[in-house]
Design a protein around this ligand. Structure first.
Ligand code: FCB
Length: 450
């Protein structure tokens, strides 16, 4: 095959993590099968107007019933790793107390199926689908959820921990806090800055206390957390825009990086929050700042901020994805260099990166998603540049294995390197899947040559 986008040529370590990612709610379906309880996203989807195409996760990609075939699909890509999440309400329907054996068996089959195919298992405990039963008691706004999460983490480790390469506590706490509780465009749809700051704090605290508990229990997987991060740039050189960008950097990057790696919340954001600040109790910040074996970063684009709030991505002059997000691969290198400069970072894994594209052109029975191939090539190149500049990069994982339920956008936005026909549920690898396989084959060759 002559590759559509040239394969990145930088040298990557032989043990680099190369993978594809999904999340439970976005692919599993089987929303009420075998004793699964409802999650906040099951409930949110029922709110009128919450999801662009009025869809839900009831069937999604029906991955729950197609596990073996999907595992074969992952193996066929030539990657060495798979990142997935556990649906908390599938394994513990009420979020506390009784476990659901059928749910635990499903993830056991998943992990064993990965290992049988020579793939590493990278598990995320919380990719947003909190049990609805806990939401009814306040969810992440309530401090009790912290202890329930620690118990859940310990239960999952007890069952699967000996076979996992990595375990992440949370995926993108900023999204759950800010989009879930401040703007309310994601589940559970709360609109309160004060609630959002409590949620962020409880997520971070539950992360730290889980790491302590998992290590006390003899953790074997490498333990970490996954943050969405972007370089934040002012829309214009004006002092107002610079100040707005600085504050946004505080809310998006430093609000999470500082407590995790420096044991303190950033002063400027605390000042901005005023009385809405997080409900910190004695010992919380020390608990949050547990040593990280690795840190996951999800990167999609830069953030551009204007003090007037009027900035629109179409003004940037850069190509946009279907989400309206700017394609800005150098931002990934910028972000990684900045994090290395400002923090004592552990090994870093790009745990998500990819794009939604129209995916309309079929050639010879193949979906010719050349824009996605180019996106992946340029971002892998950006990771290679960071590595060459001394950033401790340990992996790169594509979002996503297959088209799936894209949260408030429903099924209209397709991120997969494998196409899903939502009528037949048939999976068809796109050209980007073939591109990735070619890249993986060359990496294996380079690794074998040493
Ligand atoms: C990230 C989410 C992931 C996916 C991508 C497009 O914020 O973690 O589930 O929806 O965006």
């Amino acid at each position: 095959m002559s590759p559509i986008a040239p394969l990145p040529t930088q040298a990557f370590p032989a043990d680099f993590i190369w993978g594809v990612a999904t999340a439970a709610f976005q692919i599993e379906g089987a929303a009420t099968a075998d004793g699964k309880g409802p999650s906040v996203w099951d409930s949110f989807c029922r709110q009128p107007g919450a999801i662009a195409d009025a869809s839900n996760g009831d069937v999604a990609c029906d991955h729950y019933h197609r596990l073996e075939a999907d595992l074969d699909l992952i193996a066929s890509l030539g990657v060495n790793s798979y990142r997935f999440s556990v649906s908390w309400p599938r394994v513990q329907p009420l979020g506390q107390g009784a476990w659901n054996p059928a749910g635990l068996d499903f993830y056991e089959r998943l992990v064993d199926g990965l290992l049988a195919r020579g793939l590493q298992a990278h598990l995320t405990l919380n990719h947003w689908d909190l049990p609805q039963a806990l939401q009814q008691q306040g969810g992440w706004m309530h401090r009790d959820t912290v202890q329930h999460f620690v118990d859940y983490a310990r239960g999952i480790q007890a069952r699967l921990g000996d076979r996992l390469s990595t375990l992440a506590t949370h995926n993108e706490p900023w999204v759950m806090a800010t989009l879930g509780h401040e703007t309310g465009i994601f589940a559970p749809g709360v609109k309160s800055r004060r609630s959002a700051s409590a949620v962020a704090h409880h997520l971070l605290l539950s992360h730290g206390l889980s790491l302590q508990a998992l290590r006390a229990d003899g953790a074997r997987a490498r333990l970490g957390i996954v943050l969405n991060q972007s370089p934040v740039q002012p829309a214009t050189p004006s002092a107002e825009d610079a100040a707005a960008a600085r504050l946004e950097d505080g809310k998006l990057v430093r609000w999470y990086m500082d407590p995790l790696l420096k044991g303190a919340y950033p002063e400027d954001v605390l000042a901005w929050l005023g009385d809405d600040g997080p409900p910190v109790q004695a010992g919380d910040l020390a608990a949050i700042a547990q040593p990280l074996d690795w840190l996951g970063l999800n990167y999609y684009s830069r953030a551009v901020v204007s003090a007037s709030g009027a900035w629109d991505a179409r003004q940037g002059g850069l190509p946009l994805t279907e989400m309206g997000w700017e394609i800005y691969p150098q931002g990934l290198t910028e972000l990684l260099l900045r994090l290395k400069r400002d923090y004592a970072v552990p090994p870093l894994v790009i745990t998500e990166n990819g794009g939604a594209f129209p995916d309309a052109t079929w050639h010879d029975g193949e979906l010719a998603d050349d824009d996605r191939c180019a996106y992946l090539a340029s971002h892998i190149g950006a990771v290679g540049d960071a590595l060459a500049a001394g950033v401790p990069m340990a992996g790169y994982i594509v979002w996503s294995l297959m088209d799936n339920f894209e949260w408030a956008s429903g099924y209209a936005k397709r991120f997969g390197i494998v196409h899903v026909d939502y009528q037949s549920l048939a999976r068809t690898p796109k050209r980007s899947a073939r591109w990735l396989s070619a890249f993986m084959a060359r990496q294996r060759l380079l690794a074998a040559r040493g």
